[in-house]
Each structure stands twice: as structure tokens, then as C-alpha cells.
Design a protein around this ligand. Structure first.
Ligand SMILES: Nc1ncnc2c1ncn2[C@@H]1O[C@H](COP(=O)(O)OP(=O)(O)OP(=O)(O)O)[C@@H](O)[C@H]1O
Ligand SMILES: [Mg+2]
Length: 381
């Protein structure tokens, strides 16, 4: 029987058959880890860092030899929260390795073991701790590292959105973590993040604790030809057709940015019965549906944005990629107030992640938001 599932995965774990390319990057990441290196993985948001890490963790070269741990610290804002997240991730991902390792964890993390809850069905301890239970975060952190050091397999710990530690109020976090990471000899680390400048400063500045402590991999868009072939094959295997030119058009609209291509293709696929050929109208209708779905959220965002930031956001969206935004020409063309007001506004827009800058070029970070603004301004998408 022919497959009929939507092959364009947009959330959660991606099975290898739905994972597009990343051959070079996954080989490089795996090789670096197997050879004892730590790795910094940088890319724009939603390019596929998390997907790549999980894809590599699933590969037998890593999964058979290592215990792998994955912790996302995007929402953490201090050491206590970091330790809570790390403790939980390490515990939850230890349990599947059996009773012996679980017992070892509980023994090692003495500062917490008395406070853990119990699963009524299995009788096993659960990591149902409140933040307040982490009374001495530095001490618990030491215990977690001690546990990893004693594990009966080597370990890989991926810390996603690692740049977040740079926002913590405590000043010594980098040095503290670096100290543990340097000492532990059976554990390799992946530091992933999307704030490229911040990560760059952490790992490339001579006066910072993490200076040159990891090899760097930058994740760019998947190559056009490879992604387009993947899209066409996914459709064909499920009794549907999309022409190369149309798949290229979607790829180009988002410069191959993974999430946006995936999401659009997911919507397009969901609008196509078996046996059908994808048309320009199907793509347009799907895009409009995605933008409609975000309507409330975008309106709300704009309603809370000061006028000067909003005007600059519109100006950048209109140019799609804007450069020299403080030049007289740019200010005049977009009817902005002054170079200094543009400077103040861009600082805030960058800080709040509405705009990203790359090689002195600015664009709206959320590419659907950019299209939604163009639609709002009746400029067509
Ligand atoms: N190689 C791939 N093939 C197919 N889909 C992918 C691939 N890589 C990522 N995706 C999809 O693209 C989207 C973004 O991927 P992911 O979450 O891994 O990016 P990220 O860089 O970690 O993003 P963020 O910065 O938001 O954490 C997800 O919907 C994911 O399912
Ligand atoms: Mg991620």
C-alpha cells in the first residue's frame, strides 16, 4: 500500500525517513564528538539545530556507545533554573537505561533524592521538584557532573540555547560551567544556540572562560537542489505531484529556511488529495491559511509595539532585506523620522528578536510575519 502520511514534520522528533539531508553536518558533528571534541552549533532560529542533534543522537554510532542527554535552557533565567532543567533532563533520560543507572543517579544527587516524588503506578521516583527544592544550585550542579563522570558509558550532553547563560544575573556561570566541563573526561558537550553574536563572543574571545573550548559548526539552509528533490520525492511517494519549479518557488520565498519551507509544504500537502498535482493556487491558498492562523498573534504583537519600531519593522519587511538603514536614502524612502530614531528602534527590535542582522543586512526574523506585514500593507507576497 502507498504511504499517505504528511511527510513534512513541523514539531517534535523527526524520524530519519522524514529528515532532509544534513549529511555533511551530521557526519561532521558525529566525527567531532567521537573524537573527543566539544561542539558549538550555531544557526539562525528555526534552521534545524535541534533536529540535527536529535538526528545524530539516533545514529547507531552514537546511540550504541553513549548515553545522550538533551536539555533546552531557553526559558531559564538563573543558575537555579539551569540546574533544575539539567537535573530533570539527566534523570528523565537516565531512567530508560535501567534500574542500575537510575539508582546511581539517586545516590549521586543526594541534595535532591529526599525530595523526589514517586510514580504511583511504577513506584519509581520522579523528578517532580519545585525550583525552590534546588537550595544549593552550585552543589547540585557538582553532583550532576559527578554522576555523569561515574556513568558506565561515555556521555554526550547537548545544551540547547546555551547563549541563555549569558543573560543570567550571576556573573560567574561561564567560569563555573567551564570548570566542570574541563574536568570531566567521559562526557562531551554540544552547545547549540541561535544568538550567533553572543555565542561567538563566548567561544571566540580570549578573555572568556569558554575560549576555544569547542569546535564550531554553522548551520545554513539546506542546498536548494537537495531540498527540492526531497520535496518532490515526498509528494511522489504519496501519489501526489509537485513540479520542481513550484517547489523551487517555495524554497526561494524563504531562502530555504527549514521551518518555513517545512510548514508551507505541510500545509500544501494537507490541501492535496491523492492523485492531484500541486498548482500555484494551492501554494497561495496554503500560505494565506498559515498567515490567517497567525493573525491574532501578529496583530497583538504590533498593538504593543511603539510606532517608531513598527515603522522600521514595516520598512525592513518592505525591502525584504534592508541595508544601510540609517542612510538618508533609506529614511526618506520609508518616511522614517531620523537616523538616531532608527538607531534606537533597531537596537530594541534586535534585542526582542523581531529583526535579525547578518553581515549588515537586516530582515524580519519570523519569515511568516514578514509576509503577513506585506499582505497588511497590500504589497502582495
Ligand atoms: N533536516 C530536516 N528535515 C526536515 N525538517 C527539518 C529538518 N531540520 C529541521 N526541520 C524542521 O524545521 C523546523 C526547525 O527545526 P529545529 O527546531 O530543529 O530548528 P532550531 O534551529 O533548533 O530552531 P530554534 O532556534 O527555534 O530552536 C522544525 O519544524 C523541524 O521539524
Ligand atoms: Mg532548537
Amino acid at each position: 500500500m502507498q504511504k499517505d502520511d504528511n511527510p513534512f514534520i513541523v514539531s517534535g522528533h523527526i524520524q530519519p525517513q522524514y529528515f532532509c539531508d544534513r549529511q555533511v553536518e551530521s557526519e561532521r558533528l558525529t566525527k567531532l564528538l567521537l573524537n573527543g571534541n566539544n561542539v558549538v552549533l550555531k544557526s539562525d532560529r528555526r534552521m534545524g539545530k535541534t533536529g540535527l542533534i536529535q538526528y545524530c543522537f539516533d545514529k547507531p554510532e552514537l546511540s550504541k556507545r553513549y548515553y545522550t542527554f538533551f536539555v533546552d535552557i531557553l526559558h531559564t533565567s538563573c543558575l537555579q533554573e539551569l540546574v533544575h532543567e539539567l537535573g530533570r533532563a539527566v534523570y528523565d533520560q537516565t531512567v530508560p537505561h535501567g534500574k542500575k543507572m537510575t539508582q546511581r543517579f539517586l545516590k549521586a544527587i543526594k541534595s535532591l533524592s529526599g525530595k523526589m516524588g514517586f510514580d504511583a503506578n511504577t513506584g519509581m521516583p520522579t523528578f517532580s521538584l519545585g525550583l525552590g527544592d534546588i537550595e544549593q544550585p552550585e552543589y547540585t550542579l557538582e553532583e550532576i557532573f559527578r554522576y555523569l563522570q561515574q556513568a558506565d558509558h561515555p556521555c554526550i550532553v547537548a545544551i540547547d540555547e546555551f547563549q541563555q547563560i549569558g543573560h543570567y544575573p550571576e556573573k560567574n556561570i561561564e567560569a563555573l560551567l567551564r570548570g566542570y566541563i574541563q574536568k570531566i573526561d567521559n562526557c562531551r558537550f554540544i552547545f547549540a544556540g541561535s544568538e550567533k553574536h553572543m555565542l561567538g563572543r563566548m567561544f571566540d574571545s580570549g578573555n572568556r572562560p569558554f575560549y576555544k573550548s569547542a569546535d564550531s559548526i554553522g548551520l545554513e539552509a539546506i542546498a536548494r537542489e537537495v531540498y527540492v528533490k526531497f520535496i518532490c520525492r515526498m509528494f511522489a511517494e504519496r501519489g501526489r505531484t509537485i513540479d520542481t519549479a513550484l517547489a523551487e518557488k517555495v524554497y526561494d520565498l524563504f531562502e530555504g529556511h527549514t521551518y518555513y519551507v517545512q510548514k508551507t509544504m505541510n500545509e500544501v500537502f494537507s490541501n492535496m488529495p491523492r492523485g492531484e498535482r500541486c498548482t500555484d493556487e494551492t501554494v497561495q491558498m496554503s500560505l494565506q491559511a498559515i498567515l490567517d492562523g497567525n493573525d491574532m498573534f501578529y496583530r497583538d504583537t504590533l498593538s504593543r509595539m511603539p510606532l517608531r519600531q513598527k515603522s522600521l519593522l514595516y520598512a525592513i519587511a518592505t525591502d525584504r532585506k534592508a541595508s544601510q538603514i540609517t542612510s538618508a536614502a533609506f529614511i526618506k524612502r520609508h518616511k522614517l523620522t531620523s537616523a538616531s530614531s532608527v538607531q534606537t528602534a533597531i537596537k530594541k527590535l534586535l534585542e526582542d528578536d523581531y529583526i535579525v542582522e547578518d553581515a549588515k543586512q537586516y530582515r524580519v526574523s519570523d519569515r511568516f510575519f514578514a509576509l503577513w506585514i506585506l499582505r497588511l500593507l497590500a504589497l502582495g507576497i
